[in-house]
Every structure is written in C-alpha cells, then in structure tokens.
Design a protein around this ligand. Sequence first.
Ligand SMILES: *Cc1c(COP(=O)(O)O)cnc(C)c1O
Length: 239
Amino acid sequence: MSVAERIAIVQERIAVAARRAGRKPDDVTLVAVTKTHPPELVAEAIAAGLTNLGENRVQEAQTKIVALAAARQQVRWHLIGHLQRNKARLATELFDLVHSVDSLRLAEALQCYAAEAGRRLPVLLQVNVSGEASKEGFALTGGVANRAGLDALLSEVERIVALPALELRGLMTVAPIVAHPEQARPTFRALRELGEELARRFPAAHWGELSMGMTDDFEAAIAEGATIVRVGRAIFGPR
Ligand SMILES: *Cc1c(COP(=O)(O)O)cnc(C)c1O
C-alpha cells in the first residue's frame, strides 16, 4: 500500500471516530510522525496533501526540514519529543508548534530564545497523568483529583502563562501501552479534564488543543476530545 493510501485510511478512521463522538472530522488535526523515515518518504506524505509533520528529535528534524526546504511554506513542523534545554534555541528556529514543554525551566529557555528571535512560539504543555515513571511531562498522576499535584502544577502554569514570547495552545500527553485502546481512555479523559480546569483558572490563555492519541489509540483519544493526533506507523509502516 502507498503512503497516500495509508493516509486516506487514517483520515477516514479519524472522521468515523469524530462523528461517533458527535464531533466534526475537521476538528481533529492529523500530525504525521516521520521520525526514523527518510525525507523521500516524507515528501510522499506532503505530495498526498499532509501539512502537519511531527518529529521527536531536534537534530533529525533539522536534517529533514533542510532536505524538504522547498515545501517549508506548505507544512507545519511539530516537535513531539523531549526537548533538552541546550537545543531550545534551535527548536525555536525550526518548529511551528512544540508539544513537549515539560518543565518551567524549559519554558523559560524557550521564552528567552523566542523573545530574542522576535517571535511568539506556539507551545503545548506535556503532562504525565498516567504516573508511569518512563513518561516525560509535568507530573499529575491521577489528573485533577490529585489536589496536591494540581496545586503544584498550577503554580508552575501561573508562571508559564506569564511568559510573553510563548503562545500557549493547550496540552499533550502520551498514554501507557495497553492491551486494548479503550484502556487508554482514562488517561485521555484526565488530560481533557485538566484542560478544562486550566481554562477555568487561567481564562486569558488558550487551552483548546489536546494533543493525544497515536497509531494504537487515536480513536479512543478522539472519543475523549483529542484535537491533534500524532500518527506514525499507521502511515509509514513499522520503524
Ligand atoms: C513516535 C511517537 C508518536 C507516533 O507513534 P506511532 O505509534 O508510530 O503512531 C506519537 N507521539 C510521540 C510522542 C512519539 O514519540
């Protein structure tokens, strides 16, 4: 099957999941995750009409962004993996949306470089609501029911929303690997509820985006309100 055919299938599955949840297919953005795949394959996805591409490493993304420079105006590059502060400047130059802001210190570094570059950088806050030790993100095991955790998070978010060169758009999470995608739903629901709580606490910031759901669980994420799904293997095959 070609990349174009796989994209069509994923987009149809997104549309079905959205309608089933009483939502519009257009309310869910597909980010094609291109990590490990060569620029030629990414070019096929762009030719098939995909406009949102995700990478989880800055250096690898840079190589592809340079190789695909001719298409730069047509596409939006998303950083979805952990960002080290020593790569924050480069990330600010390369990406249209950073999903993986996972600490106040990283947010402050991005603020500094974005301000220097004279731009506002769109970002999401990555939150670990499942409690898995292996997961990046602000820790909020159990979601908003965890009052002590929520208070700690709120005091950090209060400082992040005050950073003028960052344009907060919402939240991102990675669900645990589970036997059945339905088992990931509590994680996705917890992120949505946190977004609602943050919208109440910080109404001047934007909390509308929920980046959640990958190849194995994007339909469950859409059922819980995902506005961005990050899909790699279903489009490009195994890594
Ligand atoms: C690799 C990756 C994805 C895509 O995973 P697939 O299972 O290939 O769809 C999504 N999000 C993050 C953060 C990733 O690292």
